[in-house]
Design a protein around this ligand. Structure first.
Ligand code: B3K
Ligand code: ZN
Length: 844
């Protein structure tokens, strides 16, 4: 397979004035005719008329009405064309019912739908399928389905057809079409300039009652984008369609977002608080793309972070405003560390703006998305809120309607804030997580912090240069009062000292407040200082972080030296958990333990080979000790935190349930499961039903409840995913492999549906104690399933193959077994380009 390089970018030689498409739908033989008005681009050098096309049957092509004789080449066609404006017409045939890869036009439960990002449009018709080619589209759909949708505003409609016109020029990856027997949850939104927008969420008949929350989230997102970014919606309609078979969360097609049904549908009985939160954030994310992605798009796929990093940053800001900002920040950092740090410190590490790829779908990664968002956060911290607002206004003014690069993005900051971002740009080019070292000195009145930075080598990048790192820092007095409020230490060199003069006492430093940069802080932590920060830090992130460090250090000491759990930490946590004026959601986060994979990474970073089974056991005995040490407190929290009255998914009620749920999870480890069993029986909402069930599964006492749950929910595919996921995800080392095997033979394991596959196989691969079973059976099971799924759905296979990305961390036996599993997959005849690229890089 060929590698594409950023440095080889060249513009297409032609501009498109308009695109007209006609679809005559048929599961096995859909006909697509295209009429495309091309004209040579005076600004471009190339006159190579190459159109992408894959898996298309060309029926015929004409240029200006004359039969054309294109040359069929790999990945598309070439044709001789006039050196003047001309009309290209083509007719192709495709078979959506055969499209199991869910890329291009495909079918899900009898409904037609599309996914074109990144390169799916070329499976629909011949086209310059690249984001820098933008055009207005008109679409006519002919089909017997009652609902026929495409991008833009509705046009004529009649028996068996519908027409749509999108006035905004767009790249082909934003094209969408839906046809099916759908019902609509409708509403409307009036923009601040008075445009009335018809909103619709289209679902299968049985799901109509589960659209209200998504609709509410959409309207809040629309209002927020007007208020905070001055961005108004720009069409007469905004439609969202839910589909069951989808490779990811959702897609921002212009005016017609297509969503995984798991990211739209919710009711109190079927969705957890976490589900509601995810729906709100994905709805907002896709909506925000209308400006950051659609109106201003990417010049090429190397610039993916231009739209994704920025849009993630915006959806995080939205959630922080709608809910609790500190809780949002902690959750964002947990996700970043769990997925992006893992990626950045392994064989798949790549820059936020990669320089080459084989399959672009493999680069929709935590690095591009979540680290990409962190870079925006750092920029904002460096130029300040006002500078950020000025830069964004300039970005929208200067680049509306264009396909842009990271250079364009940084230039608006340079121009709006009068600042050189040459060094900052390194963040986009340099992979790997910087390690930030901290040394302290005290001379009786001046406190000196000396910071060092070092980024370890990553594949293809042995040498790293120093980055600009904003290190938000404050100082506390030994009594816990704040001596020096937060200031940004701007680090630009490998080693740098910052002085705080005229202090009355030696302070305790609170470094990297709010997690002001995506780095690993390497600081020898004195437990007394950490306990002080846990009790008093004015920065909620660092308050939580202090507790997390105490827990992690105690776990590491248990694993390395057989130490006992840290009783001092439990005492401090007990106090914090009882601070009634503290947000319950925040306290719930403080009661959570570091994950098994975090501990493995921390051991590995410190030069110890992690043993996943030992980690599972240490973590369990730590949790039991914690439950015993905090028992009265936890019992009270469990008793009094739960919100009264009917279920509401708002942040306040969800936070109270989270705190009660955290208490229940711990108490169940030491109370025999009585509380959980009672909660399970009484629960009237999924958060509490699933929380109780999880607690019981964790102690291996859930047989009856699991059977009851299955009987209750076997016809609800989204809830059944939870039933599968929970069992494979929570099983202990003795039973995990067998559980996964049994469930993968269950009649409801419809493995071609990505959600179900992710629940079972993905859920198991994310259970370290099962996946890393010393026998190697866990690796074998996952590899077997990936080999089976690959020819059906390469994107989902390639993504899930990252279960193996940490293989070099482990002992010789496990390493050999994982390498063997990877090599076995790689040796599979006909393995997709997607999975081949991922495994090759992992073995690298
Ligand atoms: N832009 C899409 C992701 C497309 C993934 C293609 N493999 C969803 C999002 O980020 O909003
Ligand atoms: Zn996105």
């Amino acid at each position: 397979a060929e590698t594409v390089h950023l440095k080889d970018y060249a513009p297409f030689g032609y501009l498109i004035d308009k695109v007209e498409l006609v679809f005559r739908l048929d599961p096995e033989a859909t006909r697509v005719t295209s009429r495309i008005a091309f004209r040579p681009d005076p600004a471009a050098k190339s006159r190579d008329f190459f159109l992408h096309g894959e898996k298309l049957k060309l029926i015929g092509a004409r240029i200006d009405g004359q039969k054309a004789a294109p040359e069929m080449v790999k990945g598309g066609l070439r044709c001789t064309v006039p050196d003047a404006p001309f009309l290209w017409e083509a007719e192709v045939e495709i078979a959506p019912a055969q499209n199991t890869a869910l890329d291009g036009l495909y079918m899900s439960n009898g409904m037609y739908c599309t996914q074109c990002e990144a390169e799916g449009f070329r499976k629909i018709t011949y086209y310059p399928d690249r984001p820098d080619v933008m055009a207005p589209f008109s679409v006519r759909i002919e089909g017997t389905q009652p609902v026929l949708l495409s991008n833009g505003n509705p046009g004529r409609k009649g028996e068996g057809f519908a027409e749509w016109h999108d006035p905004w020029k767009k790249p082909a990856y934003l094209f969408a079409l839906v046809a099916g027997d759908l019902v609509c949850h409708s509403d409307s939104f009036t923009t601040r300039s008075g445009r009335r927008v018809a909103l619709g969420i289209w679902v299968r008949a049985g799901d109509l009652e589960k659209c209200g929350f998504a609709m509410d989230a959409l309207k809040r997102a629309m209002a927020w984008d007007e208020r905070v970014y001055g961005r108004e919606y720009d069409l007469d309609v905004f439609n969202i369609v839910a589909v069951d078979d989808f490779n990811m969360g959702a897609m921002e097609n212009k005016g017609l977002n297509i969503f995984n049904s798991s990211a739209v549908l919710a009711s109190p009985e079927t969705a957890t608080d976490a589900n509601y939160e995810r729906i709100e954030s994905i709805i907002a994310h896709e909506y925000f793309h209308n400006w950051t992605g659609n109106r201003i798009t990417c010049r090429d796929w190397f610039q993916l972070c231009l739209k994704e990093g920025l849009t993630v940053f915006r959806d995080q800001q939205f959630s922080a405003d709608e809910r609790s900002a500190p809780v949002q920040r902690i959750n964002d950092v947990l996700a970043l560390r769990g997925r992006q740090f893992r990626e950045d410190n392994g064989p798949l590490a790549h820059p936020v703006r990669p320089e080459s790829f084989v399959e672009i779908n493999n680069f929709y990664t935590a690095t591009v998305y979540e680290k990409g968002a962190e870079l925006i956060g750092m920029l904002r911290r460096l130029v300040g809120e006002d500078g950020y607002a000025r830069a964004l206004d300039l970005y929208f003014r200067r680049h509306d309607g264009q396909a842009c690069t990271i250079e364009d993005w940084l230039k608006v900051f340079e121009d709006a804030c009068d600042r050189d971002l040459g060094q900052f740009k390194l963040w986009y080019a340099q992979a790997g997580t910087p390690r930030l070292g901290v040394e302290e000195a005290w001379d009786g009145s001046t406190f000196t912090l000396t910071l060092t930075q070092k980024t370890p080598p990553t594949p293809g990048q042995a040498q790293k240069a120093p980055l600009v790192i904003p290190v938000a820092t404050g100082l506390l007095a030994p009594d816990g009062s704040e001596l020096v409020p937060t200031r940004i230490l701007e680090m630009t060199e490998a080693r740098q000292s910052f002085r705080f003069a005229d202090l009355p006492v030696r302070p305790v430093a609170s470094v990297l407040r709010g997690f002001s940069a995506p780095v690993i802080l390497e600081r020898r932590a004195d437990p007394r200082q950490l306990r002080l920060l846990l009790a008093h830090d004015t920065d909620p992130f660092n308050r939580w972080e202090a507790g997390r460090l105490l827990a992690r250090n105690s776990l590491l000491a248990m694993l390395r030296d057989g130490a006992d759990p840290d009783a001092g930490y439990f005492a401090a946590l007990n106090d914090l958990a009882g601070e009634l004026e503290l947000d319950p959601a925040f306290r719930a986060l403080c009661l959570a333990l570091p994950g098994q994979d975090d501990i493995a990474q921390a051991l590995h970073d410190g030069g110890t080979v992690p043993d996943p089974v030992a980690i599972y056991r240490a973590r369990r005995s730590f949790a039991e000790a914690m439950a015993r040490a905090l028992q009265p407190r936890l019992a009270a929290l469990y008793e009094y935190s739960r919100p009264e009255g009917p279920y509401s998914p708002d942040a306040g009620a969800a936070g109270r349930r989270a705190l009660a749920g955290a208490a229940l999870g711990l108490l169940t480890l030491v109370d025999g499961g009585g509380r959980a069993r009672r909660q399970y029986a009484a629960a009237d909402n999924m958060t509490e039903q699933l929380g109780a069930l999880s607690a019981l599964v964790s102690i291996g006492e859930a047989e009856e409840e699991l059977a009851q749950f299955y009987a209750q929910w076997k016809d609800d595919r989204l809830v059944l995913d939870k039933w599968f996921g929970l069992q494979v995800g929570l099983a202990g080392p003795e039973t995990a492999v067998a559980t996964a095997r049994t469930l993968s033979e269950h009649p409801d394991f419809s493995w071609k549906t990505p959600n179900r596959f992710r629940a079972v196989i993905g859920g198991f691969a994310a259970n370290p104690a099962g996946f890393h079973d010393p026998s190697g059976a866990g690796y074998g099971l996952v590899a077997d399933w990936l080999i089976r799924l690959d020819p059906v759905n390469p994107q989902t296979t390639a993504r899930m193959s990252t279960a193996f990305e940490t293989w070099r961390r482990y002992d010789a036996d496990r390493r050999a077994q994982m390498r063997e599993a990877l090599e076995r997959m790689l040796a599979t005849k006909g393995l997709s380009r997607d999975t081949t690229e991922m495994i090759t890089r992992m073995l690298g």
